[in-house]
Write a protein that binds this ligand. Structure first.
Ligand code: DX5
Length: 228
């Protein structure tokens, strides 16, 4: 498979929740490709964030894509709500739904792209039987629930295995990583096989402007992909 240009996705978890419209506009201006809304229900993860109405309220502020990362138990009943809120990609956790094949099919039937996320302890084999239904595979490089955590380098074997399987099958699946993605880690994740990179803390904090940080992350990811 030819190498892909990196996609840089901004997590709004570190954003100022009292100024979300301004924050997403700043992210778009700084050059990120997509926004990730970290949806948390206080059950699947020990944290609680926002629902579809908050996402929908921000849809009109920017034109770039929205992905909903559903860190929620039993995501099926609310799937239409995230699409109605303006999310083009819906990412469910393999660990959170009893019938993943059906859940992914429902997301596609709703006209959205279907994503599935794997927690650090969940093997790639959990999704190998449904890859034909997957548009985006998210390999978590932290345990979900909070931003600002340390990148789990041990996940690079899973990233590499996922890249090999996607390429072996010739599938058009975006391979995303999320958690602790920063200047010191993004190159290694890219070399392992990721082509989509979700960052929160590293975009909202650090030297220079947000545009500088976006450019630096994009350059490091590009170098990592090209060095595979
Ligand atoms: C974990 C969240 C975080 C967030 C990005 O549940 O999904 O990974 O998106 O966090 P940092 O600050 O590590 O980039």
């Amino acid at each position: 498979m030819e190498s892909r240009a990196p996609t840089l996705v901004a997590s709004v978890l570190p954003a100022d929740f009292s100024e979300l419209g301004q924050e997403v506009r700043q992210l778009e201006k700084a050059g990120v490709d997509r926004i990730q809304w970290d949806v948390m229900d206080g059950r699947f993860v020990p944290n609680l964030t926002f629902g579809p109405d908050v996402i929908g309220a921000n849809r009109g502020h920017v034109s770039m894509g929205f992905e909903a990362h559903l860190m929620v138990d039993d995501p099926d009943p609310m799937l239409p709500r995230w699409v109605e809120a303006g999310c083009e990609i819906i990412i469910v956790h393999a660990e959170a739904t009893r019938h993943l094949h059906r859940t992914l099919s429902v997301i596609a039937d709703l006209g959205a792209r279907a994503g599935v996320a794997l927690n650090p302890s969940t093997p790639l084999e959990a999704v190998t039987n449904v890859l034909d239904l997957v548009d985006l595979l998210l390999v978590m490089t932290v345990n979900p629930g909070f931003g600002g955590q340390q990148y789990l380098g041990a996940m690079e074997d899973k990233i590499a295995a996922a890249r090999a399987e996607i390429d072996r099958l010739g599938l058009e699946i975006e391979l995303e990583v999320d958690g602790g993605i920063a200047g010191a880690t993004i190159g290694s994740a890219a070399r392992a096989g990721a082509d989509v990179f979700c960052a929160g803390s590293a975009l909202f904090n650090g030297p220079g402007t947000m545009a500088d940080r976006v450019a630096a992350l994009r350059a490091a990811a590009t170098a990592g992909i090209e060095s595979r």
